[in-house]
Write a protein of this length. Sequence first.
Length: 370
Amino acid sequence: MSNAIRVGIAGAGSIAFGTAALLCENGHDPMLWSPSGEGTKELAGGAQLTAVGALEVTCAPRIADSAETLARDNDVLVVALPGYGHKTVLDALAPYIRSGQQVIISSHMSLGAVYLAGLLKAGGLTVPITAWGTTAITGRRQSGTEVRVNTVRKLIDLCTVPEEMSGEALDLCRSLFGDRFQPRDGLLAISLSNLNPQNHMGIALGNMTRMERGETWSQGQNVTPNVGRLLEELDKERLAIAEALGLQVRTIFEHFHLSFHVPVASISEMNQEMHEQGNGGTGPATADSRYVTEDVPYGLALTVALGDLTGRPAELHRAGIRIFSAMYGRDFLAENELLNALDLDRTTLDALQQAARTGLLQERVADAMP
């Protein structure tokens, strides 16, 4: 492993385990850090990590006992945990990140790269921070030592802030994970290319009783005509915001066609075809699903904020946040620690577009207008 790169992974769930397995498969040297300490107990005791499915790997990743250890003992840091854990982890890592390191956020949500760049700038430091539009793998953690990898993605959108460091960051990602990366035009393009929040919103709204009852149900089959039309209308809002920003992003029709190789039709018809082919997937069997607890506060909330800034209000997205907040008895907008810390209500659109390239959010509107 003379050419092995030391990679510290913040997280110990399905994506973190799968990412560690992929790095091992590619000849690199991962380290896992569970912020709670619970996720890596068995591995810390000497057990090996096993991946099955799309990856068949058994390896022994190093285990960190703190954010300081993770940063100190690695050349690259990967944030691989749900969006609601990003701010806590970025706050913990920032004091120990050093010049020459690179940071990858997998996957990027709610302008986390801007938040981290601001923390580092306050300490006089600039490092490449790369945002992925999605994760390198999909899968499910089976136990404290095993992960089932369903897919190793063939194409991942990415961008880096500050943008002048994009070349070295792209080279690093390819060295670690292979030639599967497509550079995109800034953080806003990455954010608006992620269809999961809007799709998961519509699917969860249409199937909430199935989720609450813990039923086993086909996701594709239950994108019925009415649910499909909702997904199409949500997509129109996202596309309008992208157009206002001058960004090119895939439509929901292109997404399902390219990802699942089904003919273009209505979204419901495309999902029925996916189901018939055995690619419809299984919907969440709990209301405590990332479809809601992550995608609503950390996905839908950013789309709503961008809609307001561009003058293309995302009213269906906003309504979804309110409906889920009422269902769950929670204020999902208030739960987005990253956006609240960035204080986007006091940010101009020009400043945000600049931050999407530099990582630094500087210009603010006056607290009170004359």
